[in-house]
Write a protein that binds this ligand. Structure first.
Ligand code: DX5
Ligand code: ZN
Length: 224
């Protein structure tokens, strides 16, 4: 695995062939499966519950990165841990007790992370850095695949990169910095230059017939 991770979002996959879509994208060189959970409450869309996670689990050994766009969070976080998730992230403003929710995810044996929307302040990270395995920065407003990358995210990526580097230099450990929304072959390099190491891409990968060609092109951009 290179220092950069490509995380296709199965939100844009063919749901009638989900297991095969997961296998194909990993065979094409992806590192992580990004799994978008929407509840028609926190976001105006409805997707997959824990049963879907359980169903795809046997199709890959790659980490399943569950992005919870739900409110409340705790009940579903526990259910996804049981269903085979490796990483569970949630939006802090959707949880009444952020520290407790992070603890619950970690106690269930998963990696935990916070997701910040384009206008959510970084101060949500202030008192929980020790519990984070990932920070996920949204580069679109959550709820739908296929939206346009919001360029103001780049400055936020750099700011979080700095926080993570300062924290890990002092305390050790590893915190992934993932960016989600509107990532394509033609902008992945600038997102990486800003400091991201993990890239979610839904429509850019699943919208093309040749997944390997897209992932290879992304890696070529990252290697520049
Ligand atoms: C949006 C989701 C994203 C989405 C990304 O709310 O969190 O993961 O699937 O899709 P693209 O890459 O098409 O913007
Ligand atoms: Zn997502």
């Amino acid at each position: 695995m290179s220092q950069f991770r490509i995380a296709p979002s199965i939100l844009s996959a063919d749901f009638a062939r989900l297991g095969e879509e997961v296998r194909n994208v990993i065979a094409a060189g992806a590192d992580v499966i990004h799994f978008d959970v929407m509840d028609n409450h926190y976001v105006p869309n409805l997707t997959m519950g824990p049963m879907f996670c359980e169903a795809i689990r046997p199709h890959t050994t790659a980490p399943i990165d569950v992005h919870l766009m739900v409110k409340p969070v705790d009940n579903l976080a526990a259910a996804f841990a049981k269903a085979g998730a490796d990483i569970i992230t949630f939006h802090p403003e959707a949880s009444d007790h952020i520290d407790r929710t992070l603890g619950l995810i970690k106690d269930a044996g998963c990696k935990a992370g916070l997701v910040l929307n384009p206008a959510t302040p970084l101060s949500f990270l202030d008192h929980v850095m020790d519990k984070l395995d990932m920070v996920l920065l949204m580069s679109v407003n959550p709820g739908f695949g296929g939206q346009k990358f919001i360029p103001q995210t780049l400055a936020k990526v750099s700011a979080v990169r700095q926080r993570i580097d300062e924290y890990t230099a002092k305390h050790g450990g590893e915190i992934w910095l993932e960016v989600d929304g509107g990532i394509k072959v033609d902008n992945i390099a600038e997102v990486a230059a800003a400091g991201a190491d993990t890239f979610v891409a839904g429509s850019a990968i699943y919208g093309q017939p040749d997944y390997k060609a897209v992932i290879d092109a992304m890696r070529a951009e990252l290697a520049k």
